[in-house]
Design a protein around this ligand. Structure first.
Ligand code: DX5
Ligand code: ZN
Length: 215
């Protein structure tokens, strides 16, 4: 079953409790929590105060750190209630150390790859991560159109994991919608992030049910 993580970035913040609740009711598996620092990406989103509220909701938190030197904040995000913490390969000089910090803090450890980043380095970290997040847009903003050139990377990551006999989660983030979800799952994705497509849907339950029916 392919899982779904609605991205909170697309929610109506005036009605946070209601927004998270309706995603849970619609069948979401996680709440995707995008943290941006204005350095790694050209935007600033939200941080700990919002997370303190979101963790009181019914969904486990999938935290996507789009921040420079994420090692500074891993323990704090774990304490704030993250279930998954994903750091960008491009944002740290010490990816291996970050992964250990995340697991030591009791969370699943994810590696995110920007559109230009090849998955080759993953082979040297096999066994040290639980998830690979393939960005299918340039990170920083919701509501963008998927970059078609990134879709092949999902299959490349799946093949690389298979060749090592590993079964990490492959998460896809950016421009996911009703039209492309089946292709992403076919390529090997097992968790789809969807901001606009979930929060903007007339019937998010139907969208999530469609994704659950894939792969
Ligand atoms: C962007 C974020 C995404 C974003 C996706 O940097 O990482 O999670 O919210 O939004 P949609 O699904 O609208 O493309
Ligand atoms: Zn994200």
């Amino acid at each position: 079953m392919t899982k779904v993580a609605p991205s909170l970035l697309a929610a109506d913040f005036l009605h946070l409790e209601h927004e998270i609740g309706r995603m849970a009711e619609a069948g979401a598996d996680y709440l995707h929590f995008d943290v941006m620092d204005g350095q790694f990406v050209p935007n600033i989103s939200f941080g700990f105060p919002l997370m303190a509220a979101a963790r009181k909701g019914p969904l486990p938190l999938d935290v996507h750190l789009m921040i420079e030197r994420p090692e500074q904040f891993i323990d704090a995000f774990a304490k704030a209630g993250a279930s998954i913490i994903t750091v960008h390969q491009e944002a740290t000089k010490h990816l291996d150390r970050c992964l250990h910090m995340i697991r030591d803090a009791g969370c699943l450890a994810g590696i995110a790859l920007n559109p230009h980043t090849a998955p080759d380095d993953l082979r040297y970290l096999m066994g040290e991560f639980d998830l690979v997040l393939v960005m299918t847009i340039n990170p920083g903003f919701g509501g963008q159109k998927m970059l078609p050139g990134c879709i092949q990377k999902i299959a490349d990551v799946r093949a690389l994991l298979d060749s090592y006999g590993r079964d990490a989660i492959i998460e896809v983030d950016g421009g996911v919608n009703m039209q492309n979800a089946a292709l992403l799952s076919e390529k090997g994705a097992s968790l789809l992030v969807a901001g606009t497509a979930c929060f903007g849907a007339e019937d998010p339950g139907a969208f999530i049910e469609h994704i659950h029916s894939l792969g």
